[in-house]
Design a protein around this ligand. Sequence first.
Ligand code: ADP
Length: 383
Amino acid sequence: MSAILTLNAGSSSIKFSVYASGAAPEELAIGQVESLGSDDAQLSLRWQGEKTAAGIGKTDHAGGVAAILAALEPVLDGRTVAGVGHRIVHGGTLFDAPVALDSEILSALHRLIPLAPLHQPHNLAAVRAAIAAFPDAVQVGCFDTAFHRSHPWVDDTFALPREYFDKGIRRYGFHGLSYEYISGELDRVDPTDHHRKTVVAHLGNGASMCAIQGGKSVASTMGFTALDGLPMGTRCGQLDPGVLLYMMAQEGMDHTRIRELLYTRSGLLGLSGISNDMRVLEASDRREAKQAIDYFVFRIRRELGGLAAAIGGLDTLVFCGGIGENSARVRAQVCADMDWIGIALDPEANRTSADVISTGRVKVRVIRTDEELVIARAVNMRL
Ligand code: ADP
């Protein structure tokens, strides 16, 4: 009996899951290591319906992977880990599908670090740690950018001199593993939907939207980095680049301060001054909380119109991600007065986050996304 491990390494966390391999991967346990680099890193695990958490002291990514392996011993129960799947944020223009990682491919992924300096190094650190821990297992890279390689040129480029496009300054798009999962689910629940015009709103702490036609990504709101498009928990979303010129020239801000501003102090947190967490904002009666939600919704509605125009109409709208799956309020605000495009919500179905929450021509669905399963499937295919 063999098992599949998936790793999703961020700057201070590693999410993981374990599956039994077989005809289709079957989830055994999921968990995460948080607060890596601080004095009180934590490991939490959900297994057999129980959730446990324990401190693992101060450690780095390699130590985090070691702690995960120790915690998984009873879960594996003698199974060997035959494959490890890695969420890797950037596959550049090189990869439009998962790939078995060898030293040549890892070198190519290292060269992409400048395109995703906050994420790619951690993803690759997890690959190194997993190779050391499981030298005989197949290591598979799954890219957030891959699903979007089908973008037509007009959605891939910025209107900069062409040499920058050739240097890789393009609209890559992210959250591709989530969109791939949703696209597969739409095929499963409604096989006749396949060639229809779909917009997916992945609304989590990170948020983006994607227009899908015939199962392929045509346009997305995230661009060169995961900063563009919708406002997020702490990221700004769409911004006039002139603002950055002003920040540099008038506010004397350098690269480090601007990066910190755009990635960690903006979005819902910056607008509300209260929290990046939608649950906290929804519970607040302060004007700033309401305004932050209103801005979030306004940008989603604008992008919905733009993405529908990019695919020439709309048949299906899907909400996913922590906010999309759970916030009846955000979904209701997004869909209000949208009859012009064929959206009408069923308030009761929306309140209970039912699978289908619409009564109008456009089918509005709530689907729980599962990026880990997309990774596990890619590994399972290679065993
Ligand atoms: P990440 O992008 O880190 O994976 P998630 O997809 O888990 O994030 O989404 C986190 C967001 O989902 C947070 O803003 C959180 O407040 C929001 N969220 C989770 N549950 C609810 C809920 N019941 N109502 C409103 N927002 C929710």
